[in-house]
Design a protein. Structure first.
Length: 632
């Protein structure tokens, strides 16, 4: 059977002769709007035993322009657990003529944590090629071997926007006694040929035109076809385990990987016990320990899996003062345990896209680790890699998704905390005046919480005044000639809130024509983003997080002018959110401007997209409403 498969692969590759590598022969529909074309890709996974699998990769990709360079992906990682048996690449010009052959010795060999010796076992071989012209073609081949059968290669035949696929195939060979399993996702819109035999599973997809990103599309991984694979009997970092259930899987993980060495030196134990002496509340103790870790350590960025799965020793983190997500999370866990606070290592997918651990597929998943502290029917989630995050605040990096919590008795699927719409607030209180020459003088206090805090907290860490002022000028880009007179930013860690207080001026803010002055009423917070219009939208759309803005602004009008035109109140109510704006006339030449905007989180059909786009268009229009004044 294996002979037949190899023969089939050889035939598939051999059709790409030197002549047929000519980029002019790529079908027009695959080149149109593409940055790169995968001419052919083959992955063959052979699971040799519970403790070993081999992966053979061949990828022929034509890069059409500089934006397609990131899709070359000619690299492999290696460590004590992963071995590179072979790796090479050949470069061809646009006519299919060989330009250069790159052997293993010509690949760049680099540590994934350069400069941090204790992590130097995890390395990468990658191709560093600078083209002299486009298009060109790379034929990349590699063979790797791993002892970590808990984490098998997956099949993602489409891995980026603006990349077409001429042909991609995937074959996996497996023993019958290891509990092989797989999960197919997002196959409905694609013509995929599946062939399943005893001990063998294969897929083929052909002639996939490039996908174009659309505003508010769901996460890319939820759109494109893919298959993930797993074993019920697996090996992870040299430890055999059985994972029919999450409890089984998590118990192996806890016993063999994260709880094998919890030793700390006595000086550190005494220090943290002194810091928490007299503190009864477990959460108050946890806050002290979290701050201790933030002040003592720094983060070395290594993605989970690439840097292995077993954390470095807690005593090494304590001694060296650095670590990756595994190391810093486990170190914090060990510290908390020494002051009587139970916490649990938790595996998660990170990023604003909110990817979930798949509850119905027991296997090693995730790319990041956080720490969970359960207390009184509430879970506190600690981002241990950050030196600046408030306690139990992960922002949009780890919010509102399923994760795997590892306890001594096993693994348990939990959901991280969601930021409700009203919690993602921005509250603006301010005033501005316009003089008879059209100049603006303004001041405001803005309080931000939740995700809106997360998006702006970096402002409190900018030490360069010019850079900080430039950031505000970009944010208030509709105010020409803006000059900041005063700026004060307070980053409150408890409660988590950013408070901005600033004064600014702007010459010629309003427009003048004879005896008339007119200007936009909304100075501080215009929402001008209008989603793109699509004639034939392909994807449903998602608003990942809701938010709430409230603005209360006093407007002082110039003397000797009266109102000639004042916009009417606005009240827009939709399934996507609400927008309300009112303007109240006050005595002595003043107005009171109030604006509330709520955007709701949700998943919506592509048929609703145009309705949402028009809602945002209306918001942008209302945020640009003008008042007209005439000289008395």
């Amino acid at each position: 059977m294996k002979i037949k498969i190899l023969f089939f692969l050889i035939l598939s590759v051999s059709v790409f002769s030197q002549e047929e590598l000519n980029s002019l022969l790529i079908p027009k529909e695959l080149k149109e709007k593409a940055n790169s074309v995968v001419r052919y890709q083959s992955k063959e996974v052979t699971i040799k035993s519970q403790t070993s699998y081999k992966l053979k990769t061949k990828k022929i990709i034509t890069v059409l322009n500089e934006y397609g360079m990131k899709n070359v992906d000619a690299k492999e990682y290696y460590s004590k657990s992963e071995k590179i048996n072979a790796i090479e690449a050949i470069i061809y010009d646009s006519f299919g003529k060989e330009i250069k052959k790159i052997k293993r010795k010509d690949f760049i060999d680099h540590s994934v944590a350069d400069g941090f010796s204790i992590l130097s076992d995890n390395r990468i071989l990658y191709l560093d090629y600078t083209p002299t012209q486009y298009p060109f073609t790379i034929v990349f081949e590699s063979e790797t071997e791993s002892i970590n059968t808990a984490f098998l290669p997956s099949w993602f035949p489409i891995d980026d926007y603006y990349e077409s696929v001429q042909k991609s195939e995937f074959t996996i060979l497996y023993p019958t006694d290891l509990g092989f399993k797989y999960k197919e996702q997002n196959f409905n819109s694609y013509n995929i040929v599946k062939n399943e035999k005893t001990n063998q599973l294969s897929y083929i997809i052909e002639n996939v035109e490039p996908l174009k990103p659309e505003d508010y599309s769901p996460d890319f991984k939820t759109i494109v076809p893919n298959v993930i694979f797993g074993l019920e009997k697996f090996s992870l970092e040299g430890v055999d385990g059985v994972g029919k259930t999450w409890e089984d899987f998590g118990k192996v993980y806890y016993d063999k990987l994260i709880n094998t060495d919890t030793e700390l030196n006595q000086e550190t134990i005494k220090k943290i016990n002194d810091l928490t002496k007299g503190i009864v509340s477990p959460i108050e103790k946890a806050k002290i320990i979290y701050k201790y870790v933030q002040n003592k350590t720094r983060y070395v960025s290594i993605q989970l899996g690439i840097g292995g799965w077993k954390p470095m020793l807690a005593k090494d983190v304590d001694r060296l003062g650095y670590g990756d997500c595994k190391a810093l999370t486990n170190y914090t866990r060990v510290l908390l345990d020494n002051v009587g606070v139970k916490s649990y290592y938790t595996v998660i997918y990170s990023g604003s896209e909110k990817e979930n651990i798949k509850k119905d597929f027991v296997s090693y998943q995730g790319d990041h680790v956080i720490l969970t502290i359960p207390q009184e029917d509430k879970n506190y989630f600690l981002e241990c890699t950050s030196q600046t995050n408030p306690f139990a605040f992960g922002g949009d990096f780890t919010d509102d998704r399923y994760a795997l919590m590892i306890k001594p008795e096993g693994g348990f699927i939990i959901k991280t905390n969601e930021f409700e719409t009203k919690a993602n607030y921005q509250m603006t209180n301010g005033n501005f005046s316009i003089d008879s020459d059209g100049n603006l003088k303004a001041q405001a206090e803005i309080k931000s919480g939740g995700i809106q805090y997360d998006q702006k907290a970096f402002l409190s860490r900018i030490n360069d005044e010019r850079e900080l002022h430039r950031s505000y000028k970009n944010r208030l880009s509709w105010v020409n000639n803006l000059k900041i007179e005063k700026l004060d930013i307070k980053n409150n860690l408890e409660p988590v809130e950013l408070v901005e207080q600033f004064n600014f001026t702007a010459t010629n803010y309003s427009n003048k024509a004879a005896n008339t002055i007119y200007f936009v009423l909304n100075v501080f917070n215009r929402n001008e983003n209008i989603p793109d219009k699509y004639r034939n939208r392909k994807n449903d759309f998602e608003i990942r997080r809701g938010y709430f803005d409230s603005d209360e602004i006093e407007i002082i009008l110039p003397e000797n002018y009266e109102i000639d035109f004042l916009p009417e109140s606005v009240n827009l109510e939709t399934v996507f959110g609400n927008y309300k704006m009112t303007i109240e006339r006050k005595t002595d030449g003043k107005l009171f401007y109030k604006r509330d905007l709520t955007i709701n989180k949700g998943n919506f059909s592509k048929e609703q997209y145009e309705e949402y786009r028009k809602f945002r268009e209306q918001i942008a229009k209302c945020d640009n409403l003008k008042i007209v004044l005439i000289k008395k």
